[in-house]
Design a protein around this ligand. Structure first.
Ligand SMILES: [Zn+2]
Length: 438
């Protein structure tokens, strides 16, 4: 029997929603949540995907999971700790809707919940847990903390069923920039269209790098490639969704309008500006290093456009015999994705942690050495992951690692063939010494 047809199914359920938050070693928000129905019940812990994590995302994520997974004929009474979430989902709902949700950092989750509630039919209520319910609330909060230990993020359906047809916009003629600016000039841009624009920019760049035009799912798959580290995959994913709060996000928010501009260059701040154009010390030094290492591999460095960053996983590189150079392809993917992510991290440190203070900008030596450290760490990780004893069938093939890094290592000529098994190997760019030291 279909469980949703079961006559014994309760018509109403009360669930306590817990949430927890912490900052990970990359300085990113991590959220977890829980749904606590009662002792001995099928209580659930939720690990929120990093791209949706904020200080408070645990609660809306858990609510969304319940709305999407409990049988539709059941009314749900949510008990929460945060007045903020209750307000966002009840009295403030139309306020946020009118402002395209720009004022709430969990806007995407709240939008999906609002859509899911409309589709559900049965009643859902949201109330603060009262004092007689403090034990249950405590259980829910304790359970939420365990959500961080879940090995994979909870699968939340965060696509909004549109109900209207949003046709893709194709790049035809004109440069990427004019296209992008024209689109950006229309406000407000629905989230889905923003993603469509980014996918088209990426498709255009992929044509440049490989001579083929990938489908949307090929693009999504390519940025989830195992060669790209997990935090960098999340970074690319969020960029493709234009999910970072930069530039135009701040334009209509009173008292925050100045956040819309790059403080150093005094132009509208976009991710493209940050990654490829900004004059503050950062992007130029890092891309020059990536180019220097890449050229050791014996290939020309492409003139980078914004789309190339997201199309890096789709590149096709052929050796002089016309054979696909898998090692070079893998190195390109690593260099572009890691360098772009590092530029973003440096920008965040400069703007957020260091308050745009020019006296605290990164020096060229720091930038050089931090980039080198990042790439050398990737190289070391690659070598460690070839350990079959430790990683079994998940171990990387030694050939693959050697093909990736051959030609770009320090003292490349004199390295033994078995360098992967040894220690002390580094990429072929030496660190810089801080001024004043010998
Ligand atoms: Zn700038």
């Amino acid at each position: 029997m279909n469980p949703t047809d079961d006559e014994d199914e309760p018509s109403e359920v009360t669930v306590f929603v817990g949430c927890a938050h912490r900052i990970n070693s990359d300085g990113e928000h991590c959220s977890a949540g829980s749904l606590w129905y009662g002792p001995n019940d099928n209580n659930l812990k939720i690990r929120v995907p990093i791209e949706l994590s904020t200080r408070n995302a645990g609660e809306p994520a858990a609510i969304l999971f319940a709305i999407q997974n409990l049988p539709r004929q059941i009314s749900i009474n949510f008990r929460l700790k945060s007045k903020r979430t209750i307000k966002a989902l009840t009295t403030a709902l139309s306020h946020y809707k009118d402002r395209d949700w720009a004022e709430n950092e969990d806007s995407h989750l709240l939008r999906v919940i609002a859509a899911a509630l409309r589709g559900r039919g049965t009643k859902c209520t949201f109330k603060e847990a009262d004092t007689s319910e403090s034990d249950q609330m405590r259980e829910a909060l304790e359970l939420a903390k365990l959500g961080f230990n879940e090995s994979t993020p909870t699968n939340l359906q965060v696509e909004i069923p549109l109900g209207y047809d949003m046709k893709g916009v194709k790049l035809k003629g004109g440069t990427q920039r004019t296209f992008y600016n024209t689109i950006r000039a229309r406000k407000p841009i629905p989230q889905r269209l923003k993603t469509t624009i980014m996918l088209d920019i990426t498709r255009h760049a992929a044509w440049d790098l490989s001579g083929t035009t990938p489908t949307d799912s090929q693009i999504w798959f390519s940025i989830r490639h195992a060669d790209i580290t997990r935090t960098t995959r999340d970074f690319l994913w969020r960029c493709l969704h234009q999910a970072y709060k930069i530039g135009e996000h701040w334009k209509d928010i009173p008292n925050y309008e100045h956040f819309a501009k790059c403080h150093h260059c005094q132009v509208d701040e976009t991710m493209e500006h940050i990654l490829l154009e900004c004059d503050a010390p950062g992007q130029e030094v890092l891309w020059n290093l990536a180019q220097e290492l890449w050229e050791m591999k014996g290939y020309a460095w492409p003139e980078l456009s914004y789309g190339h960053v997201f199309a890096c996983g789709l590149v096709d590189i052929r050796d002089e015999k016309g054979k696909r150079d898998e090692g070079a392809i893998r190195l390109f993917r690593i260099l572009i994705s890691e360098t772009a992510h590092l530029i973003w991290k440096f920008r965040c440190t400069r703007v957020i942690e260091r308050g745009n203070d020019p006296n605290r900008y990164f020096s060229e030596v720091e930038l050089h050495n931090k980039w080198l450290h990042c790439i050398n760490s990737r190289l070391r990780m690659d070598a460690l992951l070839t350990d079959v004893k430790k990683y079994g069938s998940r171990a990387l093939k030694i050939d693959k690692v050697q093909n990736t890094w051959s030609g770009v290592l320090m003292d490349n000529q004199n390295l033994p063939d078995t360098w992967v098994r040894q220690s002390g190997f580094l990429v072929g760019i030496p660190p810089l010494r801080p001024p004043g030291r010998n």
